[in-house]
Write a protein that binds this ligand. Sequence first.
Ligand SMILES: [Zn+2]
Length: 311
Amino acid sequence: MERAAHGKKIVFLFLDGFGLGPEGALNPIRPGRLPGLESIVGRALTAGPESCGPDFLLKPIDACLGVPGVPQSATGQTALFTGVNAPGFLGYHYPAFPNKPLVDIIVRENVYAKAAALGTSCRFANAYSTLYFQYVQEKRRRHSVTTHCLLAAGLPILTLDDMREGRAVFWDITRAALASYPIEETFPTVTGREAGGHLAGLSREHDLVVFETFLPDLIGHKRNERSAVEFLGLLDEFLLGLRQDLEPETSVVLSSDHGNMEDLSTGMHSTNPVPLLVLGPAAPLFRRVGDITGITPAILAVLAGGKENHG
Ligand SMILES: [Zn+2]
């Protein structure tokens, strides 16, 4: 058995639209922008060779999956959260919200259902407002892949009340976005560090905790360099707060569905590889992952290893 089976629990950070591009004036993810993380992995989050140690891995992985064109969110996220080559199955990259064939894959193959079958406990850490479900009912918005996964597996949906008690995280990390929501309640903002601590708290009670932010995708589409730099500072603090309060058996995995924010020369997604970043004892178990379909199987292998060790 591999030594890495000591890692038993995972916190998976899914960043929408965050690739690894070459260093350059139009790549805001340049050396020094993620100082805490760079001090662990020994380099910046830009294109380059794999870098690894006993408890970290940074590897560029493919998000195009052999399908021509630019990768998109619905197929990319389905691949990430099911392990199925969703664009290969459809024959094209499909944007934004999943269509019926993708939802069918999600219902059958999503990571939470497979993790539950191993006897492990999962949570999607994002807090939902009641407005979200009202808007879906009124057909003003549609479920993303991650919400379909959550619903298909029957996981509890965390709310703004959970978030107020520090048991959920808002999609923008700081809760600042809530100020523009048409709701009566008000929520003071939190720092990246505090939000990271909340996520770590959730991971004490569950084997797999997932958090999603689509901030980098929004920033990439708007080609907003100042917001990109702010986001990188926030991400570094968030990771710091998370790792500070994490149990030693828990590893952090970070990846994306496609590139975007790392190339501000265009407002479109990129064909760049995306990062596979693993911090913690499970890092060696992820070295074989070559593209975004490998993440769900690797997460499940870690969770299964944890169950074997502790019956
Ligand atoms: Zn996008």
